[in-house]
Design a protein around this ligand. Sequence first.
Ligand code: F6R
Length: 252
Amino acid sequence: MKVIQVKNHHDLGKKAAEMIISFIKKNPKAVLGLATGSTPKTTYKELIRDHIKNGTSYRQVRTVNLDEYVGLSENHPNSYHFFMREELFKHIDILQENIHIPNGLAENIGDECRKYDQLIQTLGGVDLQLLGIGRNGHIGFNEPGTSFENGTHVVDLTLDTRKANARFFTNLDEVPTQAITMGIKTILESRFILLLVSGREKAEAMSRLLNPNHKVSHDFPASSLHLHDNVTVIADTDALSMVYSIERRALS
Ligand code: F6R
């Protein structure tokens, strides 16, 4: 696992975007796995800025998002469909038919999950998977305790995660109780994983992830990333503030 330390959230966005842009230049038909949440927002802003300024094209790029809430329509302002449209897709030249996000309103959610995994296979797998991390170590919506053998599946969201996401809703009751998420197995099948981490509230999760005596364990889903041989973490100073000095020396 390679760790790149940056000063703040703004620099994190710049660095991540720089890596994604150079990846797309080399692989114009890349399949990008995308994430929502606060962390990738600065990255998406930089991608848009570059697209407008330098004309980097997404016409052949295909995207698959990590997750979506169950029960929210595409046009619900808190759906991940809506988020992606507003934060990235409507500002770049990606084709609508190349955008894929699980359908949280599917009549048969189990079927939707199976179809989503088939779709990823049909696209040839994910080339670059962007990830954020929850304070409890979740990736996608794979909460502590999730099996690493899961493909795309439905999850019950923990109270902690619902509380963390309640900031986007009027109140906690409005936060859906379930989501569809790529499983850890799906995530680990990506060829390259780029984990973005920003802010002091993620410091504990980072100290656990980067602890030299770390254990790969189901109660900390992000630890599964140690099973993958091509992971880069971009983290800002606040996120790394609890990483012990001996490990920090190794990072610099
Ligand atoms: C989002 C996702 C989540 C977030 C994580 C961190 O698609 O799958 O795992 O990456 O909850 O969220 P933020 O970035 O809001 O701190």
